[in-house]
Design a protein around this ligand. Structure first.
Ligand code: XIL
Length: 350
């Protein structure tokens, strides 16, 4: 079978990967089985996909991913139970198209979470319960989503309570991006602390980890982990990818600017390997509090960042609308032919 990432990290944390239907069949499936011991469905458990209308659930793809993971003895992280993106329009409206009341929305949320979490009870060990509820601007707190507009901040605690009721053994996470930027980090901490103080069942925080060669700095990553750990909760890196595209050169060292895709040069390969080595060193240093590291996609053949300016155009990390131009991000440990990259060897030599 050969050694995989999961074997190098067996004394540290599970190594996961986000998958879709294409990834769990064909040549990628063999790679996943060899390298990873955890999976996250990239899209297929999101509310809009799994629950497209009030009385209809689409289980087919989610079930197939769960079956694949079980067959390969992998852990499964559920993603996600509540998000402002990829949420179905029906959830927020009545039959005349008006926004529903808070009471109706919370009842629908409860039905959704209860149904989904119970279906996979005992199979999914951790859930991203609430995704990206904190605003990006330093002068705002929570994102002004329809969830927030209709419910105020209560929807967050409720989502965790419903999930805990449906599966008391599942670990429940709050998940967000740019969670190392001090102002956003502090607002995420404020939210986490308010939940913990109110005895809401929350086990951890997911730092998505959509990073570049130059940001966030290693110091910022360590500071963020320290702050989250000080709250007494676990931390997972839930959506790691490191794009080689950047708006600014790294120390004048020739990182390709947008919108040009200059390909994946040996110089970029080296910079990316160094960067991956540095962040995995941090993860290993924090093995007492980091309980999982998941990559967002399998290989550079397909990354969600490619249709988002290589990861740096228009709110990419927020899952904003995909652009038309493909700018390849080359953000993962396996190349377009599914072969191990220099960055792979950089994270496995320690
Ligand atoms: C992304 C998927 O990878 C894309 O296929 C989809 O079009 C949009 O969502 N933060 C998250 C993930 O929490 O759910 C997002 O996944 C990436 C950003």
């Amino acid at each position: 079978a050969g050694k995989g990432l999961k074997d190098y990290y067996k004394n540290y944390f599970p190594i996961g990967v986000a998958v879709n239907m294409a990834a769990i069949s064909g040549p990628q499936a063999a790679l996943i089985g060899r390298e990873f011991n955890s999976v996250t469905p990239e899209n297929d458990m999101k509310m809009g996909l799994i629950h497209p209308s009030e009385h209809q659930y689409n289980w087919t793809k989610a079930d197939a991913i769960v079956e694949f993971a079980q067959l390969h003895h992998m852990k499964i992280r559920g993603h996600n139970l509540l998000w402002h993106n990829q949420a179905p329009a029906w959830m927020f409206r009545d039959s005349s198209g008006n926004l529903v009341t808070k009471q109706v929305l919370l009842q629908r949320l409860k039905d959704h979470i209860t149904t989904v979490v119970k279906r996979y009870k005992g199979k999914i060990y951790a859930w991203d319960v609430v995704n990206e509820a904190v605003d990006d601007s330093a002068d705002k707190y929570l994102r002004n989503s329809l969830w927030y507009q209709i419910c105020g901040e209560d929807f967050i605690a409720k989502a965790f309570e419903y999930a805990h009721e449906a599966d008391p053994d599942a670990q429940l996470f709050y998940n967000d991006y740019n969670s190392e930027i001090p102002s956003k980090r502090d607002r995420i901490c404020r939210l986490l602390k308010s939940l913990i103080d109110a005895k809401v069942p929350i086990d951890g925080v997911g730092m998505q980890g959509h990073w570049s060669l130059i940001s966030p700095t290693p110091a910022r990553i360590r500071e963020a982990i320290d702050k989250y750990a000080a709250l007494g909760i676990r931390i997972q890196i839930t959506e790691l990818d490191i794009t080689v595209r950047s708006k600014q050169p790294a120390n004048g060292a020739g990182v390709a600017p947008l919108p040009v895709d200059s390909g994946y040069t040996p110089q970029l390969a080296q910079q990316q390997a160094d960067r991956y080595q540095s962040v995995f060193k941090i993860f290993r240093d924090y093995k007492k509090v980091i309980t999982g590291v998941t990559f967002w996609n399998v290989s550079d053949r397909y990354s969600w960042l490619d249709s988002r300016g290589g990861g740096l155009a228009g709110g990419a990390a927020a899952g904003g609308p995909a652009g038309k131009t493909i700018v390849k991000a080359y953000p993962l440990l396996f190349d377009v032919n599914l072969q191990r990259k220099q960055a792979y060897w950089a994270v496995t030599r320690f």
